[in-house]
Design a protein around this ligand. Structure first.
Ligand code: GUN
Ligand code: FE
Length: 463
């Protein structure tokens, strides 16, 4: 640390996951963040923020200080949304009684096809980035549409609005409506390269925005096109995202389309797109053999509980995945899911695990508050292969964070005087914080996310 470096000091209470089951609560600390957004120290002593900075060699003229805003307030890591269709955002909540395949035909393909209108793409993509940032999503893995120009706009907007993003042009070159389909395998490759090249020009090292190969799902992509993506993943190191085993009719369809593959997972494996950089959404009805293959390839799962309930897809066996140490995270899956909020997805993950328990009669299937908040943060970082730099508060990691306040000025939560927390680390105060976190998880919303930072930069604020 050089004396001329400017530091941002975040001071007050901090809550973050240190592993799947442990949510660490630090009632009083100061975290120093360098100009490039890296956490350079975490001071848990009783020093004032300025004293803490001084002991790291930084004078008071070189610091700015952000303090928690009430005694029901804490800093929390930014959320990861590992599965969201940016283009479907206008349809949030509009799904009627549909299930996956008729939902795609009725609601989804008509909306996505309209993104050939770039003005429309720009206004919707602006809104979805601003909205997800305001809900504390600092990293999103987006599906755009088949249109490369509109997809490039999504990448430009994520970069300019300061959100970390994986941006995927959706590949569809078979079993798709004539009005919404790549003209050929060659056209699919060309369009993918157009997006990859564009993102290279705006963020050459993909520090914030990265392309991601996005075969929509096995039915809409030929083996050859998925194989090309697998080869390209090897060549470029870029990640991949797709859907797997979401709905029973879909699984039967995949069986009939790919009769020579032994399973849905095998279709992807045979194409070389099941890798440690692959995000698989849903994964509800996998066989044990498929789970073992996914584990062997170290691919990550995006659990989308709101969508799975809304379009009646099923309940994903999350405890089974966690017991096998699969990488698991959360996705909103807008607009299969109706909410842009990962906090709400975490809440539904917890509730769906209760439904799973009611069916399995195994109490062990229940997910805890700590576990679903892990999936929302550190679990997401693992699935995106970013756990070395993101997901919780550690020296050397990036400051992607949100300031949560249960008593924010327009909060929908009522906090009684005896429920507010102090700065002591004693057992009684820690229990108060645990209860505040529980109240946030079950009753909180974006009104409680008062400020959001990515790489140390303020990207959304209500104050
Ligand atoms: N499977 C193929 N496309 C989609 C989609 O857009 N949303 C969901 N939830 N599943 C899909
Ligand atoms: Fe999806």
């Amino acid at each position: 640390m050089t004396a001329s470096q400017k530091l941002k000091l975040f001071t007050g209470a901090f809550v973050h996951s240190i592993n799947l089951t442990s949510l660490e609560i630090i009632p009083k600390a100061t975290i120093g963040v360098s100009e490039d957004g890296t956490i350079v120290f975490i001071d848990k002593s009783s020093k004032t923020p300025l004293e803490a900075a001084k002991s790291y060699g930084v004078g008071e003229n070189d610091v700015s200080i952000v303090t928690t805003t009430s005694s029901s307030s804490f800093f929390f890591p930014g959320f990861f949304d590992t599965h969201i269709h940016a283009s479907q955002y206008p349809n949030n909540g509009i799904f009627g009684k549909s299930t996956l395949l008729d939902w795609l035909e009725t609601y989804t393909f008509p909306l996505e096809s309209s993104f050939k209108d770039l003005n429309k793409a720009k206004s919707i993509y602006s809104k979805v980035i601003e909205r997800t940032l305001s809900h504390g999503t600092t990293t999103a893995s987006y599906y755009a549409t088949i249109h490369p120009d509109a997809t490039n706009i999504l990448a430009d907007l994520a970069l300019s609005k300061g959100q970390r993003a994986f941006v995927g042009r959706v590949c569809m070159n078979q079993n798709s409506p004539d009005f919404y389909k790549d003209a050929s395998e060659e056209q699919s490759r060309k369009a993918d390269l157009q997006v990859i090249d564009h993102i290279k020009t705006i963020d050459p090292e993909h520090k914030k925005v990265s392309p991601i190969f996005t075969p929509r799902f096995a039915p809409t992509c030929t083996h050859e096109s998925m194989k090309w993506m697998g080869d390209m993943m090897k060549k470029t190191g870029l990640p991949c995202q797709t859907h797997i085993s979401e709905n029973k009719a879909e699984i039967e369809w995949v069986k009939s389309l790919f009769p020579n593959n032994k399973s849905y997972a095998d279709v992807y494996d045979a194409a070389g797109i099941l890798t440690d950089k692959t995000i698989l959404a849903h994964a509800i009805h996998l066989t044990d053999e498929e789970i073992d293959t996914i584990k062997a390839r170290n691919s990550g799962i995006s659990h989308c509980p709101i969508s799975n309930s809304s379009i009646t897809s099923g309940e994903a066996p999350i405890r089974k995945f966690l017991d096998k140490d699969l990488k698991v995270s959360l996705g909103t899956d807008c607009s299969g899911g109706f909410s842009p909020s990962i906090l709400e997805s975490a809440r539904h993950a917890l509730l769906v695990s209760r439904h799973f328990t009611m069916d399995s009669e195994n109490d062990k299937d229940k997910l805890s508050i700590a576990e679903v908040l892990y999936l929302a943060t550190l679990g997401g970082a693992r699935v995106c292969n970013l756990e070395d730099s993101l997901g919780n508060f550690e020296v050397g990691k990036k400051w992607d964070a949100q300031l949560v306040d249960l008593e924010s000025k327009d909060s929908g939560i009522d906090i009684f005087e005896w429920q507010t927390a102090g700065s002591s680390a004693d057992e009684e105060n820690i229990v108060k914080f645990e209860n505040l976190v529980a109240k946030w998880l079950f009753n909180g919303d974006d009104r409680n996310t008062v400020s959001v930072w990515v790489d140390g930069n303020l990207v959304s604020s209500r104050i």
